[in-house]
Design a protein around this ligand. Structure first.
Ligand SMILES: C[S@@+](CC[C@H](N)C(=O)[O-])C[C@H]1O[C@@H](n2cnc3c(N)ncnc32)[C@H](O)[C@@H]1O
Length: 439
């Protein structure tokens, strides 16, 4: 394979370049860099290599940004001439926060639209760059994350710790933020009906359940179930009344149907008019099984309401440092956040399980029409929980290099990201999806 990316750098960044090459070459992007690839004569081999590559990548460290050496400037000069003629693509990757000070460098690089600021901690910091290179070289999309790690596959995650104040607060904030997002869907499935029985699977402490259904006159009976004993205890003590009851039950358990039959009998419920599943399917290994089991429990004309997540719909723009993108990727692979591409798969699962009138009601909650408080709250339901989860994972396993990298990076960059987020021009969309279906 011929070389595609010429890497221009000063020797102080040798170790970084070696690591970067390892990453790029593991994606079949063949790189050329002096220390490894010059055979005998710098002066003739370097220009030839630049001409032979498709992309010129300048690594800007502190030295290059402030006092670039002559050979670097020669390489940049040659590359920018080819760039002007459309014969070469140019990119720069900054591994320092220092702005370019050198006039010549500024002159040649000023025209480059896309600069990448990444930290020296590879491989994660380089994934944006990798994605861009794959696109520029015509190789299509970059994989979301490396290898087979949580985030790539569905897996069971029933993490909930009632003593985790941050998580409890997050769920509550989310509950309010989502109200505007899909309150019309609740209105539509409830309005004009009466004597309704509601089953909420994965009800947690019952806050969302009661907020959405507790005061609705159309609802006669609410049954909330959850796998977490503390959450159910809390729901019972805060909300249990004539209208609402809560049970410890595992939606993935083979006995789920039998246990629920007893509960239905006790509360004189033949079938449920609403089955509500919010932010649970992304945490299940096989949600299709649950959907299959609940279908017979839905009344004729009854509605299934599902809220879930799909990070295909999640973005922050602008993202000049690629930091938000990195947060989204951390979320995709960290093991407490569930399977982040669950949302889009639910449609086919519902169809395959024989549900009818399946409607994707909502796709993506964005900050464009939000008040400053709402925008801030949405940040906390997503970015701060990524930060908190990373802390939990780091404390659980401080030896894990990947988690340590993420944790250190977050420690150093979280504040700056929040500032970036708070800018009026920053738009954030979080990939909540809402479905309704009938049987
Ligand atoms: C992210 S919380 C969502 C809580 C609430 N539905 C909401 O939208 O705010 C997921 C909840 O599902 C529960 N859960 C996870 N696996 C479950 C299972 N197999 N059966 C029942 N509940 C489960 C967890 O204990 C947790 O309370």
């Amino acid at each position: 394979m011929s070389h595609e990316v010429f890497i221009s750098y000063q020797t102080e960044s040798q170790a970084f370049v070696e690591q970067l090459c390892k990453l790029l070459e593991s994606y079949d992007i063949k790189c050329w860099y002096g220390k490894r690839d010059v055979i005998s004569n710098h002066a003739s081999e370097i220009p030839k290599a630049i001409r032979g590559c498709k992309v010129f990548l300048l690594v800007v460290d502190e030295n290059v940004a402030t006092h670039p050496r002559g050979d670097i400037l020669n390489e940049v000069y040659l590359a920018s001439n080819l760039f002007k003629k459309g014969l070469l693509d140019m990119m720069s990757v900054n591994i320092t926060n220092i702005e370019y000070e050198d006039d010549e460098l500024l002159y040649h690089l000023g025209r480059l639209q896309k600069k990448f600021l990444i930290d020296k901690m590879l491989p994660d910091g380089a994934i944006n760059l990798l994605a861009e290179l794959l696109t520029r070289l015509g190789r299509g999309e970059c994989p979301v994350s490396y290898g087979n790690v949580p985030g790539d596959v569905r897996y069971k995650n029933d993490y909930f710790d009632i003593n985790d104040d941050h998580e409890c607060e997050r769920l509550n904030t989310q509950l309010h933020i989502l109200k505007k997002f899909d309150s019309d869907v609740y209105d539509r499935i409830l309005s004009g009906r009466k004597g309704l029985s509601v089953l909420d699977i994965g009800c947690n402490e019952g806050n969302l359940t009661m907020d959405r259904f507790g005061k609705r006159p159309e609802v006669r009976k609410i049954i909330g179930i959850d796998i977490n004993a503390d959450a159910i205890e809390s729901a019972k003590s805060n909300f249990e009344n004539e209208k609402a009851s809560f049970y410890l039950l595992n939606g993935e358990d083979a006995d789920f149907g039998y246990d629920l039959a007893e509960i239905r009998e006790k509360h004189d419920i033949d079938k449920f008019d609403i089955i509500h599943i919010s932010m649970l399917l992304l945490h299940m290994e096989n949600p299709s099984k649950l959907l299959k089991r609940i279908k017979p429990l839905l009344s004729k004309g009854g509605k299934l309401f599902i809220r879930d997540i799909d990070d295909t719909l999640t973005f922050v723009h602008p993202d000049p440092m690629g930091g938000f993108n990195r947060m989204i990727r951390i979320c995709a692979r960290e093991e407490l956040s569930g399977y982040r591409h669950s949302g889009k798969e639910i449609y086919s699962m519902l169809i395959e399980n024989g549900f009818r009138n399946v409607a994707l009601e909502k796709k993506g909650l964005d900050t464009s029409q939000m008040t400053l408080e709402e925008k801030d709250a949405l940040f906390h339901t997503y970015f701060s929980f990524i930060y908190e989860d990373t802390k939990i994972l780091y404390l659980r396993n401080p030896e894990n290099k990947r988690v340590l990298d993420d944790y250190n990076w977050l420690e150093n960059n979280y504040g700056a990201l929040k500032q970036e987020y708070d800018r009026p021009e920053t738009l954030f969309q979080l990939g909540f999806v809402t479905y309704t279906a009938e049987k």
